[in-house]
Design a protein around this ligand. Structure first.
Ligand SMILES: CC(C)(COP(=O)(O)OP(=O)(O)OC[C@H]1O[C@@H](n2cnc3c(N)ncnc32)[C@H](O)[C@@H]1OP(=O)(O)O)[C@@H](O)C(=O)NCCC(=O)NCCS
Length: 209
């Protein structure tokens, strides 16, 4: 099976909601996004959809980066041969360093039936490369402490744990501890140092034993 990683297009947006809606309860808890899926429709759903949609148009994104940088997202999707969205990643700009360059927050997820086949690794590499090309010097993310697989996954890709249980996340009436992890994108990493990787990448699914 061949998959393609490419930038999200405006027309992908509802397929992305469908993909998120199809995730297991556990993956939704791990992602706990209040702005994807049709059961989250509300003010923040509309705001984020507008930001995702406008950011998906390169020329608009360029102007937004100058005028409203904190609304800018760099979004990638991983798509199967049939054109189905298997996973997505967002790097949302969060601030600008005085020394120049940006920091942003990464969120990503794959369909449950596509975990642990190496696809997440390709997607995180592509997201980091794309962010780098947009002068994002540091990327942070938060993961639930109980999501030990994802903590290991991001650790494998150079993210360092900064705080544990910094914030408590409330999701569907329960509270969870969060772990914050940071990546300095200026440090070379042979796992994803590959120019032009972000735009289009064709990868073969790892054969299951
Ligand atoms: C986290 C996620 C993006 C990883 O993508 P993936 O395609 O499954 O990961 P890869 O196959 O590229 O890498 C697998 C490696 O990461 C680590 N890993 C990933 N998931 C793991 C799990 N559930 N348990 C233990 N280790 C795990 C392991 O080191 C694993 O290597 P191994 O399979 O040889 O043991 C994906 O599992 C996912 O979408 N999870 C649900 C949503 C989520 O948790 N998102 C992160 C919150 S921001």
């Amino acid at each position: 099976m061949v998959y393609v990683i490419r930038e999200l297009r405006a027309l992908d947006i509802f397929a992305l909601d469908r993909m998120y809606a199809s995730l297991s309860k556990r993956s939704k808890l791990f992602l706990h996004l209040g702005y994807l899926g049709f059961d989250s429709v509300g003010v923040s759903w509309f705001q984020m959809h507008a930001a995702i949609l406008l950011s998906s148009i390169k020329v608009v994104r360029k102007s937004m980066k100058r005028l409203f940088p904190l609304s800018v997202l760099f979004s990638l999707v991983i798509v199967s041969e049939k054109g189905t969205i298997i996973g997505f990643s967002f790097v949302k700009l969060k601030g600008r360093f005085e020394r120049g360059g940006w920091w942003g927050e990464l969120v990503m997820g794959l369909r449950d039936d596509h975990h642990r086949k190496g696809l997440g690794s390709k997607l995180v590499g592509a997201s980091i490369n794309q962010a780098r090309s947009e002068d994002v010097k540091e990327i942070f993310l938060t993961v639930l402490k109980i999501n030990v697989g994802a903590v290991r996954f991001y650790g494998n890709h150079g993210f360092k744990m900064k705080h544990t249980a910094k914030d408590r996340v409330r999701w569907r009436g329960k509270e969870y501890d969060n772990v914050e992890m940071w990546l300095d994108t200026t440090i070379p990493n042979p796992r994803y140092d590959c120019p032009k990787q972000a735009q289009a990448m064709f990868i073969k699914e790892k054969k299951q034993d």
